[in-house]
Design a protein. Sequence first.
Length: 337
Amino acid sequence: MSELTVPKSLLKSPGGFNPTVAMFVAAVSLLALTSCGYWLWDWSGWVCFGGNVLALHLAGTVIHDASHRAAHRNHAINTIMGHGSALMLGFVFPVFTRVHRQHHAHVNDPENDPDHFVSTGGPLLLVPVRFFYHEVFFFRRRLWQHYELLEWVASRAALAALVALAWNYGFVEYLLNYWFCASLVVGWALGLFFDYLPHRPFQHRQRWKNARVYPSTLLNLLILGQNYHLIHHLWPSIPWYKYQQAYRHAQLLLEAQGSPQTLGLLAGRDFRSFVYDIFIGIRRGQRADAPVSERALSSDRGAPLQCPGAATGCDPGAGAGPGVGRSGQSRNGARAR
């Protein structure tokens, strides 16, 4: 079954002026445009707010791909886009990166998956507030490497300086209404489409079933490929705009593995659970199935868990995809069959 997988060409980090670079430029340009529209051209407040929401929505996918080194193969460009999109969203790039890779390594583990709390720690309506837990998790688990603590200090100092300038020069109201509130809207969307919908019912840790796909060309455009979230978890070095293409290559493999390929939201019990999560959402004492290291590696010999190699942007231990890497060995050392 190992031949039923995505082409290696899809695993390579892109270069040049790729769609993620274009999206980053569009996000920065939109924020600049709406600011000028508000202060100089007397634009409607709703137009400015909507433009900022769209800009931050784009930035959410940029930082996500940059955290996997899938935004650009040039490290400096990838890092600039990661830090830039993080500042737009009020995040810190190394915090997002390290915490997100913990999510990939421990999907649906109540103790070790930081996104599990974001999705199940209370009402869906409060997901943006629970994103602050990422910073707590980062420091509690001491996840920083090299100079990342200094990067955190610099990023938070920049945010504090912006707030101080807003206070001194009288644009605090704009900052709160058109940036902070826009960030809350986008934070809710990110929590819903990146965390909650792909991983519910949060009971599977086996890599073929710990996330889902729900194919749709329209959703692929609106939520920038996150309806193919399982594809991302299996092959995290694939950029967002190639998820749909990768899914078409891997569809038969996913069917053979019993991977969920519907949203699974409208059936009676699932719909009631969704309504519960909107208003209450606390899931305690829920036992997930066996972790990847115990079940997936022993039962899916046809496609052993692999990191395709540093050139692809895959981070070992951060949700590497099934397929054979340059060494031809799986993560537990067994030769690929």
